[in-house]
Design a protein around this ligand. Structure first.
Ligand code: NAD
Length: 469
């Protein structure tokens, strides 16, 4: 481990109730409700990310062999932009909103209705391993801006990144913001505590466990869950472009991206040219083969390497691009598999790695039927076709977000709402949505004394004759 990243140490289970209670206590001091206090915390977060940039780069290299390019673009700069955007806009988001007609009828306007944005309270943020810094700290930006106190639980699968998150958070208010390190046992201990909101990013399986437990204390949960995302390609697509863009989606973080396509549904007449275009795009990105590229991340650990390998071992399909792997360095080559059954493991399981399947269809009708059968509510979908075909895909299949003619560019900026639908997630964040996500919208009215005459009708004894509805 790099000298300046402390060794990973799980938080003692006995310490967790105290950590939660300290964060709750910090909220009860009401200091987080002060806008300047929040802004100071966000600035501290920005500068901690800036100052610890070498450690973040080193940690991501160690945990995932993430390139400096991807780490800078998708974790460090992303988060710095998040902080700056929030600092520019949070005062506006936090302002009371006067409620007017038509929501408030003129007959009630004297009651001065408004919405006050209040912090939810003390929140728990649980992160996954694939973007271990960004996916933990991006929701945290929203929590700080909204005036919450927070406990963060980074993924234990990326221990160096988790420790850098500890360093970063140690620069902020030490009682309002704390980190718990660990895996299942520590998360379970955290789930024994009462939170005002839980923000979970991870798999659908664990999201279900968290939600069940949260239901016991009626704790609201935001869920950012898994993929199994389809890509649709029709005869009207630009095949070279579709191939290059979809391959890009599977090379980012070695396909360990919740948004990347799990399978491609393509008109049977253009399957061969698409495979040729894919291989050509591959050669453009990896002239010496993917393994030799310094840019391609590695699979996070042996368990996930074997999970992905098993999908390739069990498929009845044919590998038409890639297929190489090297267990000694958790390397899996970007791989496309031509399959003929919807039941194939390559269609049914989330690959969450650099592999995806290609399933030939006779028509867009068939493609839409298959996609809706495989997963009715994916996190994202991609459509490469004519304008009318793309519109049809949007109309006839839902998803958390969607990109036309590209791979997940709908999630490429940090200020527009991002989230799943159905079993790919509940709730959204990024930009204003992050602020709203951690805020309670409290409706306030204020009835002036002079209005007593106007309201005389409501007092007993009632007189039906005076009711005007
Ligand atoms: P995961 O669900 O295994 O782990 C997420 C978090 O839950 C970790 O912090 C982990 O320590 C904790 N955890 C794991 N098992 C637990 C258990 N049994 N009880 C309590 N807590 C537990 O997810 P992962 O493997 O880190 O990430 C991959 C998954 O996350 C994929 O399914 C991917 O699609 C999804 N993901 C979704 C998004 C999104 O924004 N929608 C983003 C990234 C990843």
């Amino acid at each position: 481990m790099a000298a300046d990243i402390p060794a990973f140490e799980a938080t003692a289970l006995e310490a967790i109730p105290q950590i939660a209670s300290t964060a709750r206590g910090a909220f009860r001091t009401h200091r987080t409700k002060n806008m300047q206090w929040r802004q100071v915390q966000l600035r501290k977060l920005y500068w901690a990310i800036e100052d610890y940039t070498p450690q973040i780069l080193a940690a991501l290299k160690q945990d995932l062999r993430k390139s400096d390019f991807e780490a800078t673009l998708m974790e460090i700069d992303w988060l710095k932009k998040d902080c700056l955007f929030m600092l520019d806009n949070m005062e506006r988001y936090a302002k009371d909103e006067k409620l007017r007609a038509p929501e408030v009828p003129w007959t009630f306007s004297f009651m001065n209705f408004r919405t006050r944005k209040e912090p939810m309270g003390t929140v728990l943020i649980i992160g996954p391993y694939n973007f271990p810094v960004q996916l933990l700290l991006a929701p945290f930006v929203g929590a700080i801006a909204a005036g919450c106190t927070a406990v963060l639980k980074p993924s234990e699968l990326t221990p160096a990144s988790a420790m850098v998150v500890n360093l970063i958070i140690s620069r902020l208010d030490p009682t309002a913001f704390q980190v718990v390190n660990g895996g299942i046992a520590e998360t379970n201990a955290l789930m024994e505590e009462k939170w005002d909101k839980i923000f979970f990013t991870g798999s659908t399986t664990v999201g279900t466990i968290i939600t069940k437990k949260a239901a016991e204390t009626l704790t609201p949960v935001v869920l950012e869950l898994g993929g199994r995302n389809p890509a649709f390609i029709t005869k009207n697509a630009n095949l070279a472009l579709a191939a290059r863009r979809l391959l890009w989606g599977k090379t980012v973080n070695s396909g360990q991206v919740c948004l990347s396509q799990n399978y491609v549904l393509i008109d049977k007449d253009i399957v061969q040219p698409f495979i040729e275009a894919l291989n050509k795009a591959y050669k453009g990105m990896f002239p010496n083969g993917a393994k030799a590229s310094p840019d391609l991340a590695r699979i996070v650990n042996q368990r996930h390497f074997h999970r992905i390998k098993k999908m390739l071992d069990e498929t009845d399909g044919k590998i038409v691009m890639g297929g190489g792997m090297d267990e000694s360095e958790n390397f899996i080559e970007p791989t496309a598999v031509l399959v003929s059954s919807v039941k194939d493991s390559m269609m049914q399981e989330e690959s969450f790695g650099p592999i995806f399947s290609i399933y030939p269809v006779n028509s867009l009708d068939e493609a839409l039927n298959v996609a809706n059968l495989v997963h009715r509510t994916p996190l994202s979908l991609f459509s490469f076709g004519s304008k009318a075909e793309n519109q049809r895909v949007l109309n006839e299949m839902t998803s958390g977000g969607a990109t036309l003619n590209d791979a997940f560019s709908h999630a490429s900026i940090n200020t527009v709402p991002f989230g799943g639908v159905g079993d790919s997630g509940w709730g959204a964040y990024h930009g204003k949505a992050s602020f709203d996500c951690f805020s309670h919208f409290r409706t306030i009215s204020e009835t002036p004394a002079w209005a007593e005459k106007l309201m005389a009708v409501r007092y007993m004894p009632f007189d039906m004759g005076k009711l005007r509805i």
